[in-house]
Ligand binder design. Structure first.
Ligand code: MLT
Length: 333
């Protein structure tokens, strides 16, 4: 007959039970404790551009909420795809996240055949950060007095006119493709690592024009170092009361950009939930609202917030932008 020595079995199994408990409880404990160290935010463009400005503003508030520091790491190049690839391949532990934009999250797949990340399925979506309309600006010395004249000027001078952008697949590149295609313009396209340095060259008179996010160009417009022609939005911006909308300027062109916060695929849900909570808190903060207003940006509201809102936007924008890019014939190669 088989006799069972219960106390012996208990002695043998005890260490196993402790190990199993530790394995199960370990990550859960780490997640409930999150964050215990600084969080790196990859910004896939140069410092000083729109994505950088938004990431720093939100990171500062989110850090306060989560009692840690958000450290911005600018990883520019290839229209933001180098930085977003690094973010997609980072350890999914909540300590590396990224702020991409409409370009990296919707245009890049149709421009980079060998793209190493999937914006729709290869990240945990955290949320939409902002919406920002594009503004058409040129270097100060441009003789065109209004948007129609600018379009005529570019048409007449053809490839002698230069258009600066933040790299193939960036928002300023895609907005330029759409604008130039719509009006039959063929300027020389000049890529930068972000619109921060592109705008610096417009201010310096090296580059002729750009269709860029209002938040990047408002300070330069106010300082009088660039010439503003129109805001590609249905209404004038409170912070640029003297700049007409494209419609007022007699031109049918609208373009709204946005930034998106994402984490590597597999980042545990409790961590994503904390990031979403901190992002929403930042978006509701009166000082962020005020700053957004100054920059011409607006925050997502209601169902547009959080992972579901961002997923819906990424899916619908990929469907909208892909045929436009295909029709333009543009490619990174
Ligand atoms: C873009 O054009 O994609 C952005 O303006 C780039 C940036 O944030 O610098």
């Amino acid at each position: 007959m088989l006799s069972i020595d219960a106390s012996r079995i208990a002695r043998v199994l005890a260490p196993v039970a402790i190990a199993v408990t530790a394995v199960l409880a370990g990550p859960a404990y780490a997640q409930s404790d999150y964050p215990t160290k600084p969080i790196t935010v990859i910004v896939p463009f140069a410092a000083g551009g729109p994505t950088d400005v938004v990431a720093r503003l939100l990171g500062e508030h989110m850090g306060r909420t989560l009692n840690t520091t958000f450290v911005i790491e600018n990883v520019g190049g290839a229209g933001g795809t180098i930085g977003m690839t690094r973010a997609a391949q980072a350890t999914p532990d909540g300590y590396t996240i990224a702020v991409g934009n409409m370009g990296t999250q919707t245009a890049a797949p149709s421009l980079y055949p060998n793209l190493k990340y999937d914006p729709a399925k290869g990240f945990e979506q955290v949320g939409i950060c902002n919406y920002t309309p594009q503004t058409v600006v040129s270097k100060k010395g441009n003789p065109a007095k209004n948007l129609k004249e600018l379009i005529e000027y570019i048409k007449k001078n053809d490839s002698k006119v230069s258009y600066g952008h933040a790299g193939v697949g960036s928002i300023s590149h895609v907005a330029g493709l759409v604008f130039n295609a719509q009006f039959g313009l063929k300027p020389t396209l000049v890529p930068y690592r972000g619109t921060g340095p592109a705008l610096a060259d417009i201010v310096a008179g090296q580059i002729d024009y750009i269709v860029d996010q209002s938040l990047n160009v408002i300070p330069q417009i106010k300082a009088g170092t660039v010439k503003a022609y129109a805001v590609a939005a249905p209404a004038r911006l409170e912070s640029l009361p003297d700049v007409p909308t494209t419609k007022e300027a007699g031109v049918d062109f609208l373009f709204n950009a946005w930034n998106a916060m994402v984490a590597p695929k597999g980042t545990p849900k409790p961590i994503i939930d904390k990031l979403v909570m901190a992002l929403n808190k930042a978006l509701d903060d009166p000082s962020v609202k005020k700053r957004y207003n100054e920059l011409g940006s607006t925050a997502p509201q209601g169902a547009d917030r959080g992972p579901a809102g961002l997923q819906k936007l990424v899916d619908s924008e990929i469907a909208r932008i892909t045929p436009i890019i295909k029709a333009s014939g543009a490619s990174a190669n």
